[in-house]
Write a protein that binds this ligand. Sequence first.
Ligand code: TXA
Ligand code: MG
Length: 319
Amino acid sequence: MAKVGTDIYKAAELLNNDELVAIPTETVYGLAGNGLKSDTINKIYTVKNRPPSNPLILHIASVNQLESLVTKIPEAAVKLADKFWPGPLTLVLPKNNVVPGIATAGLNTVAVRIPSHEMTLKLLSIIDFPLAAPSANLSNRVSPTTAEHVHFQIGNKIKYILDGGQCSEGIESTIIGFQDETPIILRHGALSIDKIKQVVGKVLTKKDHNTILAPGMFPKHYSPKTRLIASDNIKQTITGLNGFALAVLTLCPDNHNTLDNEIFKTCLTNSGDLSEAAYNLYDRLYQLDKMNFDCIVAEFVPEVGIGISINDRLRRASN
Ligand code: TXA
Ligand code: MG
């Protein structure tokens, strides 16, 4: 069983010995190992039961390290890194030979970010390799935002969980690739597209291209064990679910009054603030999953800013 603690040096020692350690980031917890060693990366895929076709993100401590991993950094990538690193932004760039093919699922690009969690930045500064770290959950399950969530999912498979408290963003990083020099969004995440556009102007979306893919962005993902239905109209959705033990998850309590008293209701925020909703989202799903409902009916949030990313996760959780 994994120990849970705050000893950065112990984490570094384990990582130096090619073991895996769960690490806190500002987005979600990662399952980390030496990102330059194929054997260690292989362990990550095994623990998560992750398909080998789904590439990993390398976490680094400084922009200098980026230059040793990639062959080209477009101007727009420099601007984005300057503005948002450390932070919840991942850049996908052409990889060089030091990055093992298993980290990138055989692609000729690599995903990289500098996370902004103090403990993990310190950890990255005392080891001399990047950390490959997917979210520290079993493949397709809900991403962990506390050490306890990690323990629940994979505690029996790793030795150490570095406990950095609850992740401040609560939803994965936004992933940006480049088509020629133009940024293209590969995964919506904690950094809103509006903020990215303010720095680089144009950002392509999936609709604009069909060549660059983000492998691993399966339609079904981020799912609790309990069946989840995401809905624009919970009242109507519930009508079709008569006889089932239901839990309703809404953005704020306002929307509860019109629903049957018998139904269990919870919300992502009291205020309706979307950042707070992202912060709470995965924890709510973990809590609801423990309560053995037949079905969770989750209400879509307004499709603006970080709400776009929350809805993306709800959609995938409900597929
Ligand atoms: O916030 C995050 O990004 C967290 C924390 C731990 O940093 N990590 C995370 O990793 O969400 P993961 O493995 O759950 O998701 C990584 C995703 C892949 O599923 C894939 O969609 C994309 O990153 N990705 C990785 N390498 C890529 C590449 N070379 N080209 C396109 N997409 C890539
Ligand atoms: Mg993940």
